[in-house]
Design a protein around this ligand. Structure first.
Ligand code: KG4
Ligand code: ZN
Length: 332
């Protein structure tokens, strides 16, 4: 079964073709980053309009790259949410229209399930069960994953998401949007030990996170820096990245210890962070466990993860193909 998947929840238009048995055949992606850059963040109205502009050419490209046509497609999937309402409607409408015109099932996928299962697109592929660290611009969660659709929330952020902590700190430092990659690039030239930043909830017994205090601490340090001291800014960037990564690593390890599992899957945009990848891989090796990451290009939003999640649901018999639509909720 060939699944055509659409992602349009924020500022990336993604379309992908997945074979339920053979995996990803092709994916096409357009990032609106440049368009939103001058506003310092995503402008929802512009995002929706640009999805409209891009989505059909990308669909054509993905199908062509896969060597297929619409006639080969057996099901259509789209991101149902969470995300920007207008942006989501573009992907949902196009997907439903194609499904309707071809009498195909349309499968609504939760954006986070897409991220959650995306490391299964890589090799080696983790077996169930595993712990997943889901770190994106909007979410920071630890989940126990026992199978497709079988997710248990272990802990989550009480305020800002990890990606948000990167983005907001980067903004305070006058770095561009999106802040995560910009801040981590600057951090490469910095000395993290120069600034002592808080690591909220680092030693709490639960698996929850809190990042809003860090942002305030960064603001205070930033105000104390001499104007134009670029090295100090790089040092602060390195200290900020270190603080976020240290908490993410500590809580992930705690989740593995509490569940007794050995496999950790990292998903979401912040999963592209090099320091996080290195530190987690290191810790997991020492614990005789293994860390699994999605391919770098599939860490941030993309259509492949949506088409793939739908294919996994189809294979698991979780899609009522006759209902011509499905809904999905995360437990608990
Ligand atoms: O998963 P994603 O593309 O979109 C959401 O669903 O939110 O994640 C975007 C987030 C942003 O906050 C961005 O700054 C962050 O991922 N990000 C990074 C890196 N690349 C993307 N954060 C830290 N280091 C990176 N290399
Ligand atoms: Zn995302």
């Amino acid at each position: 079964m060939i699944v055509l998947g659409f992602e349009s929840s924020c500022d990336e238009t993604g379309v992908a073709v997945v074979d339920a048995d053979r995996g990803l055949l092709a994916h096409a992606l357009y990032s609106q980053i440049e368009m939103h850059q001058e506003y310092g963040g995503v402008v929802p109205e512009l995002a929706s309009r640009d999805h409209v502009r891009r989505i059909l050419p990308l669909t054509r490209q993905a199908l062509t790259d896969a060597g297929l046509t619409l006639d080969d497609v057996g099901a259509v999937a789209y991101t149902a949410g969470p995300g920007l309402a207008g942006a989501l409607l573009v992907g949902a409408s196009v997907a439903q229209a194609i499904a309707w015109s071809r009498d195909l099932p349309s499968i609504a996928i939760h954006h986070l399930e897409g991220h959650l299962l995306s490391p299964l697109l890589a090799t080696p592929r983790p077996d169930f069960p595993f712990v997943a660290l889901l770190v994106s611009g909007g979410h920071t969660q630890l989940m126990r994953v026992d199978g497709v659709g079988d997710y248990t929330l272990l802990g989550e952020t009480l305020d800002d998401a990890a990606g948000e902590a990167f983005d907001k700190s980067a903004k305070l430092m006058g770095l561009g949007y999106p802040g995560g990659p910009a801040l981590s690039r600057l951090a490469e030239q910095g000395d993290a030990s120069r600034f002592d930043l808080p690591r909220p909830k680092l030693h709490s017994p639960d698996l929850d996170f809190s990042f809003s205090g860090l942002k305030t601490a960064v603001l205070i340090k930033m105000k104390s820096l001499p104007e134009g001291d670029e090295q100090a800014k790089a040092d602060l960037a390195a200290a900020t990245q270190n603080a976020i990564v240290e908490v993410l690593v500590a809580k992930s390890v705690k989740a593995l210890q509490q569940t007794g599992l050995k496999r950790l899957v990292i998903a979401g945009g912040v999963g592209a962070n090099r320091l996080l990848r290195e530190r987690l891989a290191e810790r997991l090796t020492r614990l005789r466990g293994q860390a699994y990451f999605p391919p770098l290009e599939l860490c941030t939003d993309n259509g492949a993860m949506i088409a793939f999640a739908a294919a996994m649901r189809l294979k698991a018999g979780m899609v009522d193909v006759d209902s011509r639509n499905t809904a999905f909720t995360v437990k608990p």
